[in-house]
Write a protein that binds this ligand. Structure first.
Ligand code: ACM
Length: 543
């Protein structure tokens, strides 16, 4: 009899959880959702958010998001003892560190209150995104929140999205909107690619020509860069983010628990800097332009020359960068540095000899370590693309692997920690369909399904006992073929949504994800007035 009761209780429990899965659609999927038998919570304009002083900005953020989504204006009450207050509302309750996994939270909604428990900004912010998905996107005077208990935390500690603002630059308001996208999807890092061959987008007062010259190009390629003959629009294009813009964006991100990692890409991808200061190049007597075409690797000279001016320049610009950006991680690029130009230059060859460097790869390492040393003195950690592992770089650098699993394995074996951002399938500048009429992209095919199902910890690393070396993943958005923010939206949605669940949730199922995407995300993209790729159900599935 007892056994029977236990079985039926378990069965009821299963029923409750199963019901929760079918009626409550949250992306990324939480660790545990239970529908409770209690009464649902009703909130209206007499309801309040009760919050501890240290989370005031987050409480205001929640109030604002609630209002945007429903029209209901909740009150705000600061309290140090929210546990004890008897009233109708949302209670933000701080739990000690060991109560949750990092960035984790719980929500218990029943009767007259929603209790949100977490121990840090990210925990609360993540909880709010779940809460916002428990209520409809609809202007109304009273809101019903189902009686639920949710426990949730992420699978990976690094969950990032990148944005290239060089090939095309986007307004400050769009950068904020992009950060809101990250926040909603429970990412925690925005990787901001600020410099490249086609422009310098970071206000740099120590070298003003980086902005007066390096931030502007005379023309931009029309159509695909492999098309012949090449066509250009003949229009001056550019701009940069001022320090005031950057501070505004950093403050915006901080409230939302988003870390902003800036990237100044060296020693390759430096054509914009070279156009401003030709002394940085292996041919200082040449008049260089800011690149007007895409795909510079091995095609046009864009590498820094190893000389006194360059090394002082590197010290100064990274000092200016770290004075502004508080992130522990600082990205210094290191990708696609063509060795061709160093090989052809007598002064560079003399430098290699003088410093007893083995070859041009060792010179690349010399550059990376030169900057990494400065960063270390400022208590920062270097991040670089996987090419920096070509030489013997200090393994304290964090690697972003945009190549395949084999590259991840070799980096892990050397001792590096790795963020997985493989071109296939985490590059959102690749096509998301094989439809010949799809909007122009660089090449390739990364379907939403491929993004969702990609195994972030490669099997080979698991076998080698190196799974712990993968700290997370990131979607990259190179904007050669994204002139407008609407195109960025089109390229990232719904792939970014799929990536968010791949990074957050251990328990994945693509069919179930598609149902939730239809049920809650499409209306949300529309609420955000964001473009998205509509044929995600047509592509993938073996196509
Ligand atoms: C890269 O795609 N060159 C990082």
């Amino acid at each position: 009899m007892i056994q029977k009761i236990i079985i039926s209780i378990c069965f009821m429990g299963w029923l409750i959880v199963a019901k929760a899965q079918s009626t409550i659609s949250i992306i990324p999927k939480p660790v545990e959702v239970k529908v409770l038998k209690s009464k649902s919570v009703n909130l209206n304009e007499t309801s309040k958010i009760f919050y501890p002083a240290e989370f005031e900005k987050q409480a205001i953020y929640l109030k604002d998001e609630f209002q945007k989504q429903t029209g209901v204006v909740l009150g705000l009450t600061k309290t140090e003892s929210s546990n004890k207050i008897v009233s109708n509302g949302i209670f933000l309750i701080v739990r000690p560190n060991n109560a949750f996994k990092a960035e984790g939270y719980s929500i218990i909604a029943q009767n007259s209150e929603v209790r949100i428990m977490a121990n840090d900004i990210r925990g609360f912010i993540n909880a709010f995104q779940t809460l916002l998905q428990l209520i409809p996107i609809k202007q109304q005077s009273s809101i019903t929140i189902p009686a639920v208990s949710i426990v949730d935390y992420p699978q990976f500690s690094y969950r990032g999205m990148h944005l290239d603002v060089v090939r095309h630059i986007f307004p400050v308001d769009y950068i904020k909107k992009y950060i809101d996208y990250l926040t909603f999807h429970k990412f925690n890092t925005f990787h901001w690619h600020l410099t490249d061959d086609q422009g310098w987008r970071f206000e740099t007062t120590s070298y003003p020509k980086l902005n007066s010259i390096g931030s502007w190009r005379d023309s931009t390629l029309i159509g695909h860069f492999k098309a012949t003959p090449a066509r250009y629009d003949g229009k001056r294009y550019g701009g940069y983010y001022t320090k005031a813009d950057i501070k505004e964006i950093l403050n915006y991100a901080k409230v939302r628990g988003i870390t902003v990692i800036p990237e100044l890409d060296i020693p390759g991808h430096s054509r914009a800097a070279i156009a401003a200061y030709p002394q940085l190049s292996t041919k200082p007597d040449t008049t260089w332009n800011v690149a007007t075409t895409w795909g510079m690797y091995n095609r046009q000279n864009n590498v820094l020359a190893p000389n006194d001016f360059t090394f002082q320049f590197l010290k100064d610009i990274f000092k200016e960068l770290t004075d502004l950006f508080p992130s522990t991680y600082i990205h210094i690029g290191g990708d696609e540095c063509s060795k061709l130009w160093w090989k052809q230059d007598a002064k560079t060859q003399a430098f290699i000899k003088q410093n007893k460097l083995k070859d041009e790869v060792a010179l690349q390492t010399y550059f990376i370590e030169f900057v990494a040393k400065q960063l270390k003195q400022m208590n920062r950690t270097t991040v670089g693309w996987h090419e920096i592992t070509e030489g013997d770089v200090d393994t304290s650098a964090l690697i972003m692997n945009w190549a395949d699993d084999a590259k991840a394995l070799s980096a892990a074996k050397k001792g590096f920690s790795i963020i997985m951002t493989p071109g296939k399938p985490f590059y959102f500048d690749h096509y998301q369909s094989k439809d010949p009429n799809d909007s122009l992209a660089i090449h390739g095919y990364n379907s939403t399904e491929a993004v969702y199902n990609y195994q972030i910890i490669p099997e080979a690393l698991k076998k080698a006992g190196l799974a712990h070396k993968i700290i997370g993943g990131q979607g990259n958005v190179w904007t050669e073929y994204m002139e407008w923010s609407t195109k960025v939206d089109y390229m990232i949605f719904p792939r970014m949504t799929a990536l968010s669940e791949n990074l957050w949730s251990k328990n994945k199922n693509y069919g179930d994800f598609l149902k939730r995407l239809d049920a809650v995300m499409i209306s949300r993209y529309e609420f955000w007035k964001s473009c998205y790729f509509k044929d995600y159900r047509v592509w993938g599935k073996g196509k």
